[in-house]
Design a protein around this ligand. Structure first.
Ligand SMILES: Cc1cc2nc3c(=O)[nH]c(=O)nc-3n(C[C@H](O)[C@H](O)[C@H](O)COP(=O)(O)O)c2cc1C
Length: 116
């Protein structure tokens, strides 16, 4: 690509900096389209449960990042709290995929989503 980037993160910094900016999930599809698979697209801001992970991956993110959720676990129960947050994410992701009838992360594509 023009700037020789190794990857890109679609983020609005957790919605805490720019009043009135669009959500990062709303920005994701256009960025994915523009990148066209040439570099990894990571995503954050507002990922709170497995369904959020599924939506971001289905919209084309290669991976998601967590900001506040693991900090909440850390504040409540230290290292074990962080582990519990991560375990819950993995369980919830698994359950969401199973409920959607999807057996691989690679099968999470836009056509499993319904726009409201
Ligand atoms: C208290 C706080 C401080 C942050 N400071 C920075 C920062 O200095 N630089 C930065 O790039 N992002 C910063 N972020 C944004 C995070 O890197 C990340 O994009 C965001 O927390 C992800 O959204 P989430 O918290 O909804 O998961 C900060 C987020 C929070 C909550």
């Amino acid at each position: 690509m023009e700037y020789e980037l190794d990857g890109i993160i679609v983020s609005n910094h957790g919605g805490r900096q720019l009043d009135g900016c669009i959500s990062s999930i709303a920005a994701l599809p256009a960025v994915v389209n523009e990148v066209g698979g040439r570099i990894p697209v990571l995503f954050d801001s507002g990922i709170r449960k497995g369904t959020d992970v599924v939506k971001a991956l289905a919209l084309g993110a290669d991976a998601v990042l967590l900001g506040r959720p693991y900090v909440y676990g850390l504040a409540i129960n230290g290292k074990e709290g962080v582990q519990e947050v991560l375990d819950n994410f993995i369980y919830d992701l698994d359950a969401t995929m199973a409920t959607a009838g999807v057996d691989a992360v690679s099968a999470l594509t836009r056509d499993i989503l319904v726009r409201k």
